[in-house]
Design a binder for this molecule. Structure first.
Ligand code: GDP
Ligand code: MG
Length: 648
């Protein structure tokens, strides 16, 4: 499809067409590429080296339309050295075309490719008995018998077995018919989900820039879309889209697709990267999976190093077996894979593992958790999560995700962890909220918090407030921020606020500005404290404006200094006393009297008053007069005007 990228004509696509990916599989020289050419007219070998050596090295592509079915063919190399390339193509297959040469029957890569198809969960397929022109009927019957054994208890158990010849054309009509029948049974890839395209080729087209191709796994892509490249996370603009060699308005899941990208050099694009919907997903290097080992391979030890393949991606990985010390051939278990390189994967994605020497496929499985926590010993919840993920039990999956997010799960985190659509997220969130299994806390974006954890938080909060009152009987309450940080430093402010509001609704606490107190709590003083408090107030009341120093007043009390200081705070808070400067405190009655005097003065003597006259009027020294006048200025009772004050 690369050659025609430069064509600017856009062909609208009849949407009733069903797009199906057919992938070849089978041993080298069994006639895969010849068969694709015989079916489609396109020889899939593209590379110079492939043409020269007559073998397939990398993936090849071809197209065929039969009635309302559009087939995209992915032809894979059969040689054992190129299984990595084969895997990159096998990932998107809807229907496998298992090619077995009638004169050679089942060979090593027939087995390996077939194992891979099974591990990838491919559901549909056809067996093509190629080179049927080279054998007699007796040999054909013998091969069929062998195949009965080979295919038993697999998804191909009752698949059509069609003898064909690319040379004479025998059987091609029957094969096409069988392909159409299989295609009708395929539940196509979902174009309603988020866009994802594992890249299998990247190149530059003169005058157009960078182009990537791949099998569109889910969703749709159209020119002008913003997409995100993984693992880098770079955001890119789609310039143009092709499918089946033509420019299209949009490509949909299930189609071979070429995407022309703006803003990136083709050198920075390569097989194994993924193009996906922007702002939903995250690349990962740690994945929890269900892992199955093929029968007939060596047992797998904990922490074994393997080659990991998913989509078109490949990386070395360490296998951490979660509950077993080792995994036996034919068995399966939960495992955590630690990859050398980052990749975008989602739950349900299939993968293959291969060992190094000899380099063969040994197993594979399904991604359950693309963003798991590190392994710790004894974690019942991890197993429960894996089981829910295996069943695809959405409410249970979300419930577990929320439960393990100790500080709340942001709504924006859910797509990367589940691959769900917005509608699925909305629906599942609603189910759990209705069941009172979690609480949706207002934030941007909203936070989900486990109901049990919220209850626990309320309890802790109430206890903490209670304890504060006990330890600080002379303080009216605890400051919000102090309460939050003593509770848990990482507690999100939104959740803390929601918890406070809930406790206030339950009438367990009262919120007064920045202060939190137990509902109905009042400072209760011991008799000697009450007496000392009265003494403090009396001392200032008696002094009028010629007040004593705070130290002097407190020194005369019998209660200890720390408590007398608190009593002073209470008087200040209750506004019985006013702090005019850090050193000077006045009784409220003395200040009220001063205001009265000033307004009387204004009536009889006019609105100007100098410092000396103010001193005469109040009978106080300069030490008190200046701070008091400044206080009156601040209170807007007077205003300074040169050496005088204006009484307002
Ligand atoms: N006689 C005969 N030869 C075939 C047929 N199909 C393929 N071949 C030959 O077998 C060889 C390998 O074919 P190829 O398609 O490259 O196999 P692949 O490695 O599976 O892709 C080539 O020389 C083909 O010409 C067939 O149906 N009949
Ligand atoms: Mg080939």
């Amino acid at each position: 499809m690369c050659a025609t990228v430069s064509s600017t004509k856009t062909t609208p696509q009849p949407s009733k067409l069903k797009s199906i990916i057919i992938g070849t599989a089978g041993h080298i020289d069994h006639g895969k590429s010849s068969l694709v050419e015989a079916l489609t007219g396109t020889h899939p070998d593209r590379l110079e080296e492939e043409k020269r050596r007559g073998i397939t090295i990398d993936l090849g592509f071809a197209f065929l339309q039969e009635g309302d079915i559009r087939f995209g063919f992915v032809d894979v190399p059969g040689h054992e050295r190129f299984v990595g390339n084969m895997l990159a193509g096998a990932a998107g297959i809807d229907v496998v075309l298992l090619v077995i040469s009638a004169d050679e029957s089942v060979k090593p890569q027939t087995r390996e490719h077939f194992d891979i198809c099974r591990l990838l969960g491919i559901q549909h397929g056809i067996v093509a008995l190629t080179k049927s022109d080279l054998v007699d009927q007796e040999t054909l019957d013998l091969v069929r018998l062998e195949l009965d054994d080979f295919l038993r208890n697999s998804f191909l158990q009752s698949a059509p077995i069609v003898p064909v010849s690319a040379k004479t054309g025998a059987g091609l009509v029957e094969l096409k018919q069988a392909l159409v029948e299989q295609a009708r049974q395929v539940i196509g890839k979902d174009s309603g989900r988020a866009f994802r395209l594992p890249i299998d080729r990247a190149f530059a087209v003169k005058g157009f820039g960078s182009v990537v191709t791949g099998t569109l796994m889910s969703g749709q892509v159209a020119p002008e879309d913003e997409v995100q490249l993984f693992p880098s996370g770079a955001k890119l603009r789609v310039r143009g889209v092709q499918s089946g060699g033509k420019n299209v308005d949009r490509a949909e899941a299930g189609q071979r697709t070429a995407v022309n990208l703006a803003g990136i050099d083709h050198q920075d694009l390569q097989r194994g990267m993924t193009l996906a919907a922007a702002n939903r997903f995250r690349a990962t290097r740690r994945i929890d999976v269900k892992l199955r080992l093929l029968p007939g391979v060596r047992k797998l030890k904990n922490r074994a190093q393997v080659h990991f393949h998913t989509g078109s991606f490949e990386s070395m990985a360490e296998v951490a077996l979660i509950e077993n010390a080792e995994l036996y051939p034919g068995d399966e278990c939960f495992a955590q894979l630690r990859l050398k390189q980052s990749v975008l994967v989602l739950p349900g994605d299939r993968f293959i593992i291969r060992q190094s020497s000899p380099l063969v496929t040994i197993g594979g499985g399904m991604v359950l958790d693309p963003l798991p926590r590190r392994l710790r010993t004894r974690e019942a919840s991890r197993r429960e999560f894996h089981q829910a993920a295996e069943r695809g039990d959405q409410p249970e999956i979300l419930s577990q995700l929320v439960a393990r997010s100790l500080f709340g799960l942001s709504l924006s985190e859910i797509p990367a962890r589940t691959g769900w659509t917005d509608a699925e997220i909305q629906q599942t969130t609603q189910i759990l909220a209705n069941d009172k299994r979690m609480r949706i806390v207002a934030a941007e974006p909203p936070l989900l918090f486990a109901a049990a954890a919220f209850e626990e938080l309320l309890k802790k909060l109430a206890e903490r407030v209670e304890r504060f009152h006990k330890e600080n009987p002379l303080q009216p309450g605890i400051a919000r921020e102090e309460l939050r940080t003593t509770l848990a430093r990482r507690l999100r402010p939104e959740i803390f606020r929601a918890a406070l509001e809930e406790l206030a609704i339950q009438k367990k606490i009262e919120l007064q500005g920045e202060m939190v107190k137990r509902a109905g709590s009042q400072i209760s003083l011991l008799p000697e404290e009450a007496k000392a408090k009265d003494q403090i107030e009396a001392a200032f009341a008696a002094a009028g404006l010629a007040v004593p120093s705070v130290k002097e007043v407190l020194a005369k009390l019998t209660v200890e200094p720390r408590r007398s200081e608190k009593l002073l705070q209470i008087l200040l808070r209750d506004k019985a006393l006013h702090r005019v400067t850090p050193e000077l405190i006045f009784h409220r009655d003395a200040l009220a009297e001063l205001r009265t005097k000033l307004s009387a003065f204004k009536k009889s003597k006019g609105d100007r008053i100098s410092v000396p006259i103010f001193k005469d009027l109040t009978g106080i020294t300069r030490k008190y007069a200046i701070p008091l006048l400044e206080y009156l200025d601040r209170e807007r009772v007077t205003r300074r005007l040169g050496d005088e004050r204006v009484i307002l």
